[in-house]
Write a protein that binds this ligand. Structure first.
Ligand code: PEP
Length: 249
């Protein structure tokens, strides 16, 4: 089993206006050019910024991703964006199933799976998010919950070249709280075993939830953690870059 190098992906959520965003990724791309980190890098800005950032990142080591995509290729879906549109705008990745989409838009596993499939159809790498709530963790259901989500959210044909799984405990997102390293190792070990049993053992497993420069090195060194999905800390170039540089050699 060969796992690709780690991926550090920044989820900007609903943040960023053009001038500042272009300056931010231009700075990031310059750092990557001068001192390439030992990881793949991606930024996932709001859809309004994709074309401008694609231009700014052209030829750089920093890839672009969308934060969501619709399951259909086109049609009467006001406010949505298709995977083909993301690809057309220069994206290589699409986040699907983020807990904020699940909570704010009622997205459930079969829909996440259809979105991941649509991403694959457009030639994108789907970053499929899953993770337990605090109540589920307290009830010692975390492993069962992520197992169910993994089974139901990954489409047929998911493999290392088109899919990344991000374990993001909901209670750790944007809270400054993180699971212990042992808890991360337990969930990632469980997910890895499930993927292996399905012949998908080389799919990268990211951890997400309050990753910052001060905890990145420890988290990224945990067994079966193959990178991070970073929210708040991806908005500051210094922090995001420090996290990229924390990947194990
Ligand atoms: C996220 O939203 O995917 C995330 C991990 O956010 P944060 O890093 O801010 O917790």
């Amino acid at each position: 089993m060969t796992i690709q190098r780690p991926l550090i992906a920044g989820n900007w959520k609903m943040n960023g206006l053009r001038r500042d965003a272009v300056a931010r990724v231009t700075d990031l791309a310059a750092r990557a050019r001068a001192d390439g980190p030992g990881c793949d890098m991606a930024v996932c800005p709001p859809a309004s910024l994709l074309y401008s950032l694609a231009e700014a990142l052209d030829g750089s080591a920093v890839a672009l991703g969308g934060q969501d995509c619709h399951m259909a290729e086109s049609g009467a879906h006001t406010g949505d964006i298709s995977a083909a549109m993301l690809a057309d705008a220069g994206c290589s990745y699409a986040i699907v199933g983020h807990s904020e989409r699940r909570a704010d838009h009622g997205e459930i596993d079969p829909l996440v799976r259809a979105k991941a499939e649509a991403a694959h159809g457009a030639g994108l790498i789907a970053i499929v998010c899953l993770g337990e709530s605090e109540a589920m963790r307290d009830a010692e259901e975390a492993l069962d919950v992520v197992q169910g989500q993994l089974k139901q959210s990954l489409p047929p044909g998911a493999e290392a070249d088109n899919t990344v799984v991000a374990y993001e405990p909901i209670w750790a997102i944007g809270t400054g709280r993180t699971p212990t390293l042992e808890q991360i190792a337990e969930v990632h070990g469980h997910l890895r075993a499930l993927l292996e049993a399905n012949g998908q053992g080389d799919i990268r497993l990211l951890y997400g939830g309050s990753v910052k420069p001060s905890n990145a090195r420890d988290i990224l060194a945990v067994a079966n953690v193959n990178g991070a999905l970073v929210g708040g800390a991806s908005l500051a170039v210094d922090d995001f870059w420090a996290i990229c540089q924390s990947c194990p050699d």
